[in-house]
Design a binder for this molecule. Structure first.
Ligand code: C2O
Ligand code: CU
Length: 459
């Protein structure tokens, strides 16, 4: 397999740093030479909150959160020398990649946890283009909440033409008044309710500015451990072209050309992407002004950040936003699909179940020795993901994507994480074609930690 260099850029705090990082990218070794990226997990001091003095003590990769953006061409390899300086065991999971099982980064299932002071060599092919991310997968409810994650972008071999390609990482944190991470990690109330929701949220952008008339690709990643982000994007309009890295057949309209003042007519308002923890959305839009990102909770919109508009593009792209070229994926065989039910159980107000922790799947909490199911490689499985609890859950299957099915059974988006609202059910259709041991869990990481996980074996 061809080896393509991995090019890392740092999350951008200002224009100067962005330009420096872009220059560094251009100097990456030529294809054919392996480029091992070093990712050192450890303490990071981050200017997280603009309105408090001084940085927040967090965890990061190479001293930053989000960690370096890893970029690789589809079909290329990612080689990472992981060093664990967190003082706790850890491991890195490459979320959404149809990865070689041994590189999936799940302690106890695919590897041993990496001891403090030790390292691990990750080396894997990234077959499908799209927006992915990496994150800690040991005590993830704490390590991810402290900042151990970063973007992993797999570029198309022939990328659609845009003027800027901008990564937008969304997260929230529970902070004390002086901007420190609140020490309530592992709080039992969080575990049995909605997880560790933050009291401060923001977006990290990989670019500080755009031009009016630019056609930009925005890669939204929800890195939060518990919060679902419904995002309003003002200052441009276009379409969602991919979810969880995989192209949609038709772009879904999104954005609004001019941000409507509150209470004014909603003319021009289009769709607002909803991202459960771990979900991603790729958006292509035409810039009309500053790009303003707001979180839409129940009450007032909450400002996540703005990408400033400077100058104009002399030759705007124009025309409708086109669909991305489809990613070749295995065709499911719905008629012969094995049918299974994965019942989500437990939590506060959830009633009894047979597991021994707050949460369970099918009356079992945690992974246990034996898999929930064994599949023959290539088998199509239809799983009814039934939420019998009082909370929403975003369920992630490792190493695969699956079709969300509509109520009529028609295949919808091809995703790696599906959001199932309280007391709702969603069927998914998955071709288990990747051999190995694969975790299935809720990406509200406090739920995962207190029982809502299982695993399957594909052989
Ligand atoms: Cu994003 Cu098991 O993880
Ligand atoms: Cu959950």
């Amino acid at each position: 397999m061809e080896r393509v260099p991995v090019c890392a850029i740092f999350p951008v705090m200002n224009r100067r740093q962005f330009l420096a990082a872009s220059a560094a990218c251009a100097l990456a070794p030529a294809p054919g030479r392996a480029a091992a990226l070093r990712l050192r997990a450890g303490p990071a001091s981050v200017r997280l909150v603009p309105f408090v003095d001084g940085p927040t003590a967090m965890l990061g990769f190479n001293g930053a959160t989000p960690g370096p953006e890893i970029r690789v061409r589809a079909g290329g390899r990612v080689s990472v020398g992981f060093e664990n300086a967190t003082g706790q065991p850890s491991a890195i999971h490459w979320h959404g990649i149809h990865i070689d099982n041994a590189m999936d980064g799940v302690p106890g299932l695919t590897q041993d946890a990496v001891a403090p002071g030790a390292g691990f060599a990750y080396d894997f092919a990234a077959p499908h283009p799209g927006t992915y991310w990496y994150h800690a997968h040991h005590r993830s409810w704490e390590q991810v909440a402290k900042g151990l994650y970063g973007p992993l972008i797999v570029e198309e071999r022939d990328p659609p033409r845009v003027d800027r390609d901008i990564t937008v990482v969304l997260d929230d944190w529970r902070l004390t008044e002086d901007g420190a991470l609140h020490p309530s990690f592992g709080d039992r109330h969080d575990f049995s309710h909605a997880g560790r929701l933050g009291n401060y949220a923001r977006a990290f952008f990989s670019a500080a500015t755009v031009r009016r008339g630019d056609r930009v690709r925005l890669r939204l990643i929800n890195a939060a451990t518990a919060r679902t982000f419904k995002v309003r994007i003002g200052g441009g309009e276009g379409g969602i072209v991919a979810l969880d890295g995989m192209p949609l057949g038709q772009p879904e309209p999104v954005g609004e050309p001019v941000l409507a003042p509150p209470r004014r007519a909603r003319r021009g308002r289009l769709g607002e992407p909803v991202l459960a923890p771990a979900q991603r959305a790729d958006i292509v839009l035409d810039v009309a002004g500053p790009l303003v990102f707001d979180l839409l909770p129940r009450g007032q919109p909450y400002a996540l950040g703005t990408i400033a508009a400077e100058g104009s593009n002399p030759a705007p792209a124009g025309g409708p936003v086109a669909a991305l070229p489809p990613t070749p994926v295995p065709a499911p065989d719905p008629a012969r699909a094995r049918r299974l039910v994965l019942a989500m159980q437990g939590g506060a107000m959830g009633g009894r179940h047979g597991g021994d922790d707050f949460w369970a799947f099918n009356d079992r909490s945690g992974v246990g020795e034996a898999p929930w199911q064994r599949f023959a490689r290539g088998e199509t499985v239809r799983i009814a993901m039934r939420n019998d609890t009082a909370f929403p859950h975003g369920i992630h299957i490792h190493g695969h994507h699956f079709h969300e099915l509509g109520p009529d059974g028609a295949p919808g988006p091809y995703r790696d994480t599906t959001l199932v609202e309280a007391r709702q059910s969603r069927d998914v259709l998955c071709v288990f074609d990747n051999p190995g041991k694969w975790l299935i869990h809720c990406h509200t990481l406090a739920h995962q930690a207190s029982g809502m996980k299982t695993w399957v074996e594909v052989a």
